[in-house]
Design a protein. Structure first.
Length: 399
């Protein structure tokens, strides 16, 4: 069954309930201030489409932070309501809770076209995926839209269970559509040559993704602290670089697989005597006893550029070094630059810190797709789909 998106349904005069990811960072000193509105901005296309196409009422829902099932006004969606009202130039009514008795009345009034339900996670039932809670949310609307790709890996009431109450009336929003189409290009039949670049800090967090990718890729370039367990597994001394015995075991497993020749590791490094200390070049794979590697070196950048040349599909997850510190950001920025210049390839940057690096470098719009789904993007690549996406496509059986 094909997944349906909102541009395939008539929304005129319908009451629509739509799940977004408005989980924006707030200023720690002034919780009424949003420090980065990207997530709300990404939802505007779907919201505007629904309004422009005549939806009778729009009920928006999201979580914010981790209030752990209790009302905690530090996590009120009030700043989101204010920002949305400004952007849409319309009133946005924030309810006191998702189960407010007044909601049914609001739905009968001509005014209050846009209603934002208060933080879903003020209710423990949300994260439990509770059916009664999902049913109550569903009772407000004629159709359901899920545009919260970033939470589609969770089986929560508003992202998963609710689909059971909207048989053939559940649709993906535009952000969901963009993410699924882009990630599917990597997961289904990536055009060869396919190169994956995996960096960041912990092998254990990325082992599944590596195991999945290594089958399809032509080259798997490993950078960042991820590289050192692999170098140790190959018998090199990496000095004081970040490396645990557990990660070495996982690296050994990959290096014993039949695809081991696809793994490409750093051949030189930028090192320091202390974390974030004065940088030095180390021209050899092996790193002296009192040094730690904090970035890939210039010869490695050249080697990785050679492997990337001519690729048709590139996936990048995780920085090549301690990129938050300028002294150790060169490897990460070099990869960002190379990808930004690969006009004939489909380049996808997915998950966490490589996304921040690409945003900081100002090269985001030069990439084929920058997936902002964090954990959801990684899980999609690992599993080929997500619970929230499956539920949209097939519905769920309620017991
Ligand atoms: P991850 O969340 O697994 O993608 O890891 C990202 C973090 O790994 C970033 O904060 C980087 O600064 C850090 N990182 C990358 N390479 C290194 C390295 N060589 N040594 C220490 N930390 C690193």
């Amino acid at each position: 069954m094909a997944l349906k998106f909102i541009d395939e349904v008539e929304v005129q005069d319908k009451v629509v309930i739509a799940r977004f990811d408005f989980n924006v960072p707030l200023d720690k000193k002034d919780l009424s201030k949003i420090t980065d509105t990207t997530r709300i901005d990404m939802a505007l296309e779907t919201i505007k489409y629904l309004l422009d196409n005549g939806a009778k009422k729009l009920i928006l829902m999201s979580h914010l932070g981790r209030p752990k099932g209790k009302v905690n006004l530090d996590y009120t969606l009030e700043p989101v309501a204010t920002y949305l009202a400004n952007k849409l130039e319309q009133d946005v009514v924030l309810t006191e809770s998702c189960l407010d008795r007044g909601i049914k009345t609001l739905l009968t009034l001509n005014e209050s076209k846009i209603i934002l339900l208060q933080n879903l996670r003020f209710h423990p039932e949300e994260e439990q995926g509770n059916q009664e809670f999902a049913k109550a949310l569903a009772s407000y609307a004629d159709i359901y839209v899920n545009d919260a790709f970033g939470t589609a890996h969770r089986k929560h009431a508003s992202t998963y269970t609710i689909n059971g109450y909207f048989k053939d009336k559940a649709y993906g929003g535009f952000l969901m559509k963009k993410e699924i189409l882009a990630l599917s290009k990597i997961v289904e039949k990536p055009k060869a040559p396919f190169v994956a670049i995996v960096g960041g800090a912990k092998v254990s967090d990325k082992i599944k993704i590596i195991e999945r990718l290594i089958v399809n890729v032509d080259h798997l370039l490993i950078g960042g602290a991820m590289a050192y367990p692999f170098l140790v597994a190959k018998g090199f001394d990496v000095g004081n670089s970040m490396c645990t015995q557990d990660d070495v075991k996982l690296a050994k497993k990959i290096l014993m697989s039949s695809s081991k020749s696809k793994v490409v590791l750093p051949i030189d490094h930028i090192v320091s005597k202390e974390f974030g200390g004065k940088p030095e070049i180390c021209n050899t794979v092996e790193i002296g006893g009192d040094k730690m590697a904090l970035d890939i070196g210039p010869a490695t950048i050249n080697l990785y550029n050679e492997k990337l040349a001519g690729a048709q599909t590139v996936l990048w997850n995780g920085p090549m070094g301690l990129f938050e510190n300028n002294d150790y950001a060169k490897g990460t920025l070099a990869i960002a630059k190379t990808l930004s210049e690969m006009e004939n390839a489909f380049t996808l940057v997915g998950g966490g810190d490589s996304v921040s690096a690409v945003m900081q470098s100002g090269l985001a719009d030069k990439m084929g797709h920058v997936s902002t789904g964090g954990g959801a993007s990684l899980e999609f690549i690992e599993e080929g789909t997500l619970p929230g996406v499956q539920a949209l496509r097939f519905g769920i059986d309620l017991n």
